[in-house]
Design a protein. Structure first.
Length: 245
């Protein structure tokens, strides 16, 4: 009874009330980014130690220190880590706020499915970030070797931090692919049969997308993106079929 009253009240909200609710959710998201950003700024050394792990594993003659070019480079790097890590750490909060904004106008069953989708989106984003981090060392080895033995690569802190964070963001967003596919099937935009017939074209498109979207451009990182996306494609088809029974 209380649930039905809540649904009726949410559907009766005016445009102004919806905008006020949207503003409230946006403020929560911004607050989460600021809080996690400040935390990342304070814990800069610990986060930098984690991010430079793949670089240190290369055992280069230059050691495990990155180069900062310019007087303000050290400060700008700290700000960059605080900003991007604040965004990354805030993803679960942002997803939760989006779910809270969307669900009041949905029925109980629809809210359950929506919650599952948002949880899956957060999990797959984290999987993508983890995949990018654990393959980044191999990407560095490839980039370091491709220049030849006569070329010594100078790793600046700005370019290194920018590349590893970019890879984590790209992989995280790309790993949302199965969630989108399942959502399209639930919305009856496509059917599992249509996706199954399209698998050859999907293979080509996923291969091209993996080659284009991989920031480092090395074969191993491309495969680390391409193979999971192919598995996700057929997994999404299977989930779509089971959901229709």
């Amino acid at each position: 009874m209380a649930t039905k009253s809540f649904e009726r009240a949410s559907r009766g909200m005016t445009i102004g009330q919806h905008l006020a609710e949207l503003r409230r959710r946006l403020l929560w998201c911004i607050a989460a980014i600021i809080v996690f950003g400040v935390f990342s700024f304070i814990e800069y050394n610990a986060i930098l130690h984690v991010l430079t792990g793949p670089y240190c594993d290369l055992n280069l003659p230059t050691g495990c220190k990155l180069t900062a070019v310019g007087t303000l480079s050290g400060f700008s790097i700290r700000i960059k880590i605080a900003y991007y890590c604040g965004l990354l750490f805030s993803v679960p909060v942002i997803v939760w706020q989006v779910w809270r904004f969307v669900t009041p106008g949905l029925k109980a069953k629809e809210r359950k499915y929506t919650l599952i989708f948002f949880i899956a989106a957060s999990v797959f984003f984290c999987l993508g970030v983890g995949m990018a981090f654990f393959t980044f060392g191999h990407a560095l080895q490839f980039l370091n070797a491709i220049g030849g033995s006569s070329v010594e690569t100078l790793y600046t802190a700005d370019s290194y931090i920018g590349l590893i964070i970019l890879m984590m963001v790209v992989f995280g967003l790309t790993f949302e692919f199965p969630v989108v596919l399942v959502g399209l099937q639930f919305a009856r935009v496509v059917t599992p049969i249509q996706l199954l017939k399209f698998w050859r074209y999907a293979l080509i498109l996923i291969t091209i997308a993996s080659a284009v979207l991989t920031p480092s451009g090395d074969p191993l990182s491309m495969m680390a993106m391409m193979i999971p996306l192919l598995v996700f494609y057929f997994l999404a088809i299977l989930i779509g079929k089971l959901a229709r029974r």
